[in-house]
Design a protein around this ligand. Structure first.
Ligand code: GLU
Length: 492
């Protein structure tokens, strides 16, 4: 079969159609769960479409933006397995382009300088409130004469720059998640400020909506996927695209994430940033899996437990709910336990060993570590549970109430004495499973008690409590440090 080699213009056309999406975080805080979920949806869509996922750091709020937050955002995305294409765009480096665009709007008569003072704006809003009206700029400086302008300048007033928004304008777009959307120009708060106050002969700091349109256009973004809290911004941004004669991207607004009380998830809910989830012991795989389920319904026949790399093929906006997503700790915990239970002992140990070391706990051998994590792994929900559960193998445990009661049983001391003496008289360096079983049997016979009583007493003496993983295996591990003897000797 002959393959037709496309001509160069055709290739260019394909290139122009490549999906380009972006995440545009502001580095004024750590990577938030909602932002990470937005990143995931963007990333999945880019993968599905064979497109590119880009990053833009929106650092124009100089006072609140911090280098450490940029690092936290990069680290968090990488941890989740969300990698980006091209080098990130740094918004603050593009300020001249932004100002140039504002100048174009001023030149076209689509924007103007507004000298209304803050006090006048407050007074205007107060009057609106008294009359039961929504706060809205009344466009009073839209048509100033040059004489009026000179008067304000003489008074020392510095203007903001406003973009004209006609009350009569109707703005519509076909949202990939929410379907047909329409906004009325009269509901957008009046002419929009696009640059902060500055002396009249200059252009002040450009503001969010203007800057986003300028950057999305420069980055050739084809689809803007972001939280539904940006709906009104989208309406305003479409007006700017039209005014500047730029291609309008496709929009998709994802549902908000709510807490269990149905309120928007916020700092008050405790953990909200990805690094905090990591610190608590959630795995990146469970987090990415769970966040995808926050709003996206798995198509029929597909398991809810997946790796994000496996589902990009089947990801689609049709399956994203319009309704808000409720954060469900039980489901996240279930997914995390699944991920841990599926891990090989080697992988689990690789997660836990650095945490053990932080506590000054060092493995006597790799093999011992592998045994330990195989023993505790099945009951772990969080990675950090492993630290809690491994603790009695490294540090002398406190005696809990149930352990104490067990050791108060009259036969307990005799049982422990018998086992202790046997241990003292063996030459073997380590206890084997068989040795341990044998000792339990002997103690049961010798002290004329049931095996269960021997085991419970041993468990209480060795680990301070009656709960825990398999006793024989735990005892064998503990004997590696001869800690079993010291612990038993405390109760004889
Ligand atoms: N910096 C904005 C935010 O973090 C970006 C919004 C957008 O995607 O346009 O909310």
């Amino acid at each position: 079969m002959r393959v037709r080699i496309p001509s160069v213009p055709y290739l260019n056309q394909i290139r122009a159609l490549t999906v380009r999406v972006r995440l545009a975080p502001s580095p004024t805080g750590t990577l938030h769960l909602g932002t990470a979920r937005t990143a995931l949806f963007n990333w999945l869509f880019a993968k599905k479409e064979g497109g590119l996922f880009l990053l833009r750091i929106e650092d124009t709020d100089i006072e609140r933006s911090k280098e450490a937050y940029i690092k936290n955002i990069f680290d968090g995305l990488q941890w989740l397995g969300i990698n980006w294409d091209e080098s990130p765009t740094i918004q603050s480096e593009r300020v001249n382009e932004h100002k140039q665009i504002i100048k174009t709007l001023l030149d076209k008569g689509l924007a103007y300088k507004c000298y209304v003072s803050e006090a006048e704006l407050d007074e205007m809003r107060e009057t609106q409130k008294r009359n039961g009206l929504a706060p809205k700029y009344d466009n009073r400086h839209r048509d100033l004469t040059s004489e009026q302008e000179s008067e304000f300048i003489k008074l020392g007033r510095e203007p903001v720059i406003r973009f004209k928004i006609s009350d009569q304008k109707s703005i519509s777009w076909n949202d990939l998640i929410r379907g047909e959307m329409t906004w009325s120009g009269k509901d957008l708060g009046g002419d929009m400020v696009i640059a902060r106050r500055a002396p009249s002969n200059s252009i002040g700091d450009p503001l969010y909506n203007l800057v986003v349109v300028a950057d999305d256009s420069a980055m050739k973004i084809t689809h803007v996927i972001r939280g539904e809290d940006h709906l009104a911004n989208t309406a305003k941004q479409i007006l700017l695209y039209e005014a500047l004669d730029l291609n309008i991207p496709v929009f998709a607004h994802t549902p908000l994430i709510l807490n269990s009380e149905g309120k928007k998830l916020s700092k008050r809910d405790g953990v909200t940033s990805i690094s905090e989830f990591k610190e608590m012991g959630y795995t990146s795989e469970a987090m990415a899996n769970y966040m995808t389920l926050l709003g996206w319904s798995v198509p029929e026949g597909i398991n809810e437990r997946f790796k994000i790399s496996e589902i990009s093929e089947i990801f689609s906006f049709q399956k994203i709910n319009k309704a808000s997503a409720k954060f469900d700790w039980d489901k996240l915990n279930w997914l995390n336990s699944q991920v841990i239970h599926e891990m090989s002992a080697e992988t689990l140990l690789a997660h836990l060993d650095p945490l053990f070391r932080k506590n000054g706990w060092y493995l006597p051998s790799r093999e011992w570590g592998i045994h330990l994590v195989s023993l505790i792994g099945p009951s772990m929900v969080l990675i950090n549970d492993g630290v809690e559960q491994a603790k009695p193998f490294f540090e002398e445990p406190e005696l809990s109430n149930d352990g104490k009661k067990q050791l108060e049983i009259k036969e307990a001391a005799a049982i422990l004495k018998f086992v202790f003496e046997k241990l003292e008289n063996t030459d073997d360096e380590f206890l084997s499973k068989e040795d341990a079983l044998d000792l339990i049997n002997q103690a049961s016979k010798n002290c004329e008690v049931k095996k269960g009583l021997v085991m419970k007493s041993l468990r209480a003496a060795l680990f301070g409590t009656l709960n825990g993983p398999d006793l024989i295996q735990s005892w064998v591990l503990l004997s590696r440090f001869s800690k079993d003897r010291t612990r038993i000797s405390r109760f004889i």
